[in-house]
Design a protein around this ligand. Structure first.
Ligand SMILES: Cc1cc2nc3c(=O)[nH]c(=O)nc-3n(C[C@H](O)[C@H](O)[C@H](O)COP(=O)(O)OP(=O)(O)OC[C@H]3O[C@@H](n4cnc5c(N)ncnc54)[C@H](O)[C@@H]3O)c2cc1C
Length: 537
């Protein structure tokens, strides 16, 4: 008997192919607000194109790269000792789009990227990276480290070192590109960097490094910044010097270090993080030998800001997916978005997402002013960076998890983006400083750099910001996270309010941020119904 074939049909909405820039109409309004008109007009077509790529090709590549993690090889088939990391073609294409097509690591350091004659301002870099990271998070780590290393080297390295390495770090040609990394963490020295045991020994040929680095992301990078203690130097962070470690020696042979193994990670599975043993590796001193840690902090802070941007981007991706699903999935004869309880949940995803985006964009605008010599802006960035890194990374864990649930059972399945986003989001809070460490750093910025005064001078101050600032100013160590949380949301509300002068929807988001995180609430009181039109954007 002939069997009847049942045509394969699906009632599930599929977001693949969505343009992440156009699906997020509020973003362009913000770009018009924060970017000068000529730069906005120049970049807009790039936003549209990258938004389309991220929602289609890059998303597919990210899925494939995640499923095919890198492999470490230590010998050639003919028995020659040579190490290399094999990366999947999908990962290499993701690198190419980021480093080469869009020049995301180069654009802050030289003109000519994306047809703009000068170096592009931090806002442009973060806005483009914010779109890119909605598809792929892992590559953003090498990208950010290459960008941050170029900056730290340019600021502190001597002219010959800069001349030798900066062109490779800022290249858009994949054959001449030198990627950057940061090898700092040791088994005995993670948060407690002052316990670093790696030795730096000075001899006739220069500096040689000996020791084990326990977490080295982008393990096969062309150059890495490394903290080590010269023999005889003081204990603690004061005795640490900063070194540039090339993968290859000037004659092209491998430097004296080995990747012992790659980590088997929860997230960022496509990007190789390894353990490295330095066995007398040649390295070049960067800047003042007494200020190694202070100089490294420059790179760490820029990486933390980038980390905050990535958390904001992950939340936006999660929200875009949740909104898409809720608008198109039908249950009980209605679209999910028509159901009051779902509307509240969507709004709860939207608030931290919008707060993070505003803090990120404002901080990026202040970074441009700081680089132009504005000291108050520098102090603002100094404080906003740990606030964003701390709170946005924590919020991203929740938002990606809750957005997963909006998709129901499919959300839990690896073919969709939700599981990958959730796994990646959990890393943000751990690397480049855990939540506790970064919250404590925000208090340090307040105590040591008068950063609170600068923050308040720059924002429209209301009673919530005044209270949060006072609380943070007086907070002891045990309350560092509470202080950082309230100062972050009070700052976010102030930034949203100011954006609201031109974009009225953002003033209403500011009100909700205050209600939700800064005002006392009775858990048994009915709250007013959510502003549903906020979900339209
Ligand atoms: C996937 C991945 C990639 C990484 N890539 C890199 C890299 O490329 N380069 C690099 O240098 N490092 C890298 N790291 C390391 C990362 O930055 C460290 O793991 C992190 O800084 C924490 O250090 P630790 O693991 O030693 O934890 P610990 O320092 O032992 O911390 C353990 C816990 O104690 C808490 N704690 C520590 N001190 C205090 C305190 N004073 N008060 C309150 N709580 C405290 C921490 O918050 C944390 O919760 C990577 C980590 C991961 C997971």
């Amino acid at each position: 008997m002939k069997s009847e074939s049942v045509p394969a049909t699906s009632t599930l909405p599929d977001s693949r192919g969505l343009n992440f820039f156009q699906a997020d109409p509020g973003f362009d309004g913000l770009m018009q607000l924060y970017l000068p008109p000529d730069l906005h007009a120049h970049l807009r077509p790039h936003f549209v194109k990258l938004g389309a790529l991220a929602g289609a090709e890059l998303d597919g590549l990210a899925l494939a790269a995640d499923r095919n993690p890198p492999q470490l090889h230590s010998r050639t088939r003919s028995g020659e000792d040579r190490q290399w990391i094999e990366k999947h073609a999908a990962y290499r294409r993701l690198e190419e789009v980021a480093f080469s097509d869009y020049g995301l690591a180069a654009m802050s350091h030289r003109g000519g990227v994306l047809g703009w004659p000068q170096p592009l301002p931090p806002l442009a870099k973060y806005a483009l990276s914010y779109l890119y990271v909605q598809a792929e998070f892992g590559v953003c780590c090498p990208l950010s480290m290459t960008d941050a290393l170029a900056r730290t080297l340019s600021r502190f390295g001597d002219a010959s070192l800069v001349a030798r390495y900066l062109p490779g770090l800022t290249s858009q040609d994949m054959d001449t590109l030198t990627q950057g990394a940061m090898f700092m963490t040791e088994q005995g020295a993670g948060s407690d960097v002052g316990a670093t045991a790696t030795r730096a020994v000075h001899g006739e040929e220069g500096w040689r490094l000996y020791g084990d680095k326990w977490f080295c992301s982008n393990a096969d990078a062309g150059v890495a910044l490394v903290l080590a203690r010269p023999d005889g130097a003081a204990q603690g962070t004061q005795g640490l010097s900063l070194f540039l470690l090339p993968r290859l020696l000037p004659d092209g042979s491998p430097n004296c270090y080995r990747i012992l193994r790659l980590k088997d990670k929860l997230g960022t599975r496509a990007m190789p993080s390894g353990e490295i043993r330095l066995e007398g590796a040649l390295a070049y001193l960067v800047g003042d030998p007494q200020r190694g840690f202070v100089q490294m902090a420059d790179m760490i802070n820029l990486s933390r800001l980038s980390n905050g941007m990535r958390a904001a981007g992950l939340m936006r991706r999660a929200l875009t997916e949740a909104l898409f699903w809720a608008r198109n999935r039908v249950a009980f004869g209605k679209r999910l978005i028509e159901m009051p309880l779902m509307q509240r949940q969507l709004l709860k995803l939207m608030l931290p997402t919008e707060a993070a985006r505003s803090v990120m964009l404002y901080t990026a605008s202040q970074l441009a002013a700081a680089d132009g010599g504005d000291d108050a802006a520098r102090r603002r960035v100094r404080l906003l960076t740990p606030l964003l890194k701390f709170r946005a990374c924590r919020d991203a864990r929740r938002v990606t998890g809750d957005a997963m649930e909006v998709r129901g059972g499919c959300g839990y399945i690896e073919e969709w983006s939700d599981a990958r986003l959730l796994r990646d989001a959990h890393l943000g809070s751990i690397w480049e400083g855990t939540s506790n460490i970064v919250a404590l750093d925000a208090l340090r910025a307040i105590r040591k750099e008068q950063a609170l005064d600068a923050l308040l001078e720059g924002l429209p101050v209301d009673e919530h910001l005044t209270r949060a600032a006072r609380f943070a100013d007086e907070a002891d160590e045990a309350h560092a996270r509470q202080a950082a949380t309230s100062l972050y949301y009070a700052s976010a509300a102030a930034i949203l309010s100011r954006e609201g002068e031109r974009l009225p929807r953002r003033r209403r988001l500011a009100e909700l941020v205050r209600q939700h995180w800064l005002e006392p609430r009775d858990p048994l009181q009915n709250t007013p119904p959510p502003h549903l039109d906020l979900l339209d954007e």
